[in-house]
Ligand binder design. Structure first.
Ligand SMILES: Cc1ncc(COP(=O)(O)O)c(C=O)c1O
Length: 434
């Protein structure tokens, strides 16, 4: 089951986002602008949830907020009844500001600071996902000092690497994340946690990678987790309540990508766990997943105004937009690919293939290397698709460019959820030297 995506174009020939005319959005909020189709986010969360529900499995869909973490996004995710995972004090703080239910927050990260862990304890978050021995020690000290208890999971490296871009692989043994199973470190971590009266181990976790297009890796990791759960129950009497198989479900950035539907991933994971659990004679645990990209990515669009153009005979033209690596570093960072639409002439046929360049002072600031476009002019609106994950989240102020505004669009109605940075914002933290 592969995912289909269709773009909507209105009678004026303008790209439609969340029921709104993209040209009108650009006029109202300015560019560069990030616009999210809210119903696409809702649908995606609901689709993940529905598969668990129809299989009658206890579950949590925990949105990996690193993909896009703002107050408005957390509120939307909460409306849909999902959990979140955070990886920093800043993401946790954003969740607190959003009024997100703290018992639905998981805290990830391979080097959580004392301050971050104290914040997690003080706000009674749902679970800390322990990553290393130093963290077990740190959390143990904090719980002792504060006379508090904390639910914990262990992040494990199951030795499964997903078929994807190598920078995205985190499940293999040689990874900075998690406890290694092979060498016995995971087992040692479990024993430390079990002997700590202030920690309650509730589950085990593995995240095998990102932008994954097949179910095999998830099935292998799920099987490994069940096998380990069976072993740990037999040896240590530890009954795993939760198997957390992480995120990484791939999405369509370009026509070359053929992602599976959320249903296909979840169904395969659920079936694999059910089968293995019954073979091992275990009680069926809850299954948690942590989709980030697949929730925020397809729903997001980056709106840019076209400006200058460079044509040199024999060389592919450069068409430059008013944003670039500052609002989307993925192409420059790891050659991520996107597709764009000339949104104010969305029905027109392409007449040339161009490079879409950003405005930043780096030769590598090219958003798209080969984009077929109709004839374009300065002032036209160019929209990049599927930029909702790890785009704004990784945005910077390089060249002292303000970060774009972000709007949520639903049923044709747009609401600004992050205002555009001003020049004043840019110097807000600066102190005078003289
Ligand atoms: C532990 C963990 N969970 C979930 C995710 C989300 O992955 P994705 O956005 O590809 O779904 C990540 C991404 O790095 C991760 O490290």
């Amino acid at each position: 089951m592969s995912e289909q995506t269709a773009q909507q174009v209105n009678d004026a020939g303008h790209l439609v986002i969340g029921g709104a005319d993209s040209v009108a959005l650009a006029q109202k909020f300015g560019t560069p602008l990030v616009a999210y189709d809210v119903s696409a986010i809702r649908q995606q969360i609901r689709r993940f949830k529905k598969v668990f529900e129809s299989n009658q499995v206890n579950y949590a869909v925990s949105y990996a907020s690193k993909a896009f973490a703002t107050v408005g996004m957390f509120q939307l995710v909460n409306q849909e009844g999902a959990h979140i995972d955070v990886v920093s004090g800043g993401e946790l703080y954003t969740a607190i500001k959003a009024g997100f239910p703290m018992h639905k927050v998981s805290f990830h990260g391979n080097n959580k600071s004392r301050e971050e862990l104290e914040m997690a304890v003080d706000h009674h978050i749902g679970v800390v996902i322990l990553d290393n021995f130093y963290e077990i020690q740190l959390l143990s000290e904090i719980l002792l000092e504060k006379h508090q208890q904390m639910k914990v999971m262990l992040r494990l490296t199951p030795g499964v690497s997903a078929h994807t871009h190598k920078y995205d692989q985190t499940g293999q043994e040689d990874s900075k994340f998690g406890f290694d199973i092979q060498s016995g470190q995971a087992q040692e971590a479990l024993q430390q946690v079990m002997s700590n009266p202030n920690m309650e181990p509730i589950g085990i976790h593995a995240h095998i990678g990102s932008q994954i297009f097949e179910v095999n890796g998830f099935v292998m990791a799920a099987n490994k987790l069940v096998d380990l759960a069976a072993e740990w129950q037999a040896h240590f009497g530890f009954e795993t309540q939760i198997l957390n198989v992480g995120g990484g479900f791939g999405i369509r950035y370009t026509k070359a990508d053929e992602p599976l539907a959320p249903e296909a991933f979840v169904d395969a994971i659920v079936k694999a766990v059910q089968k293995r659990v019954s073979e091992k004679g275990l009680k069926m645990p809850a299954i948690w997943i942590e989709p980030g990209r697949s929730i925020a990515g397809p729903a997001g669009y980056s709106l840019y105004t076209i400006g200058s153009r460079k044509d040199v005979p024999g060389i592919q033209p450069y068409v430059t937009v008013d944003g670039g690596m500052g609002d989307n570093i993925r192409p420059a960072l790891y050659q991520a690919e996107y597709e764009a639409v000339l949104a104010n002439h969305a029905n027109e046929k392409p007449v040339e293939t161009v490079r879409i360049a950003g405005k930043y002072c780096e030769s590598g600031d090219i958003l798209i290397q080969n984009q077929a476009l109709p004839k374009s002019q300065p002032g036209d609106l160019l929209v990049l698709n599927a930029t909702g994950a790890y785009g704004y989240a990784m945005a910077s102020n390089y060249n002292r460019n303000p970060r774009p505004a972000v709007v949520f669009v639903e049923n044709g109605h747009a609401k600004q959820i992050v205002r555009r940075e001003s020049y004043e914002d840019l110097v807000r933290l600066d102190e005078r030297f003289v």
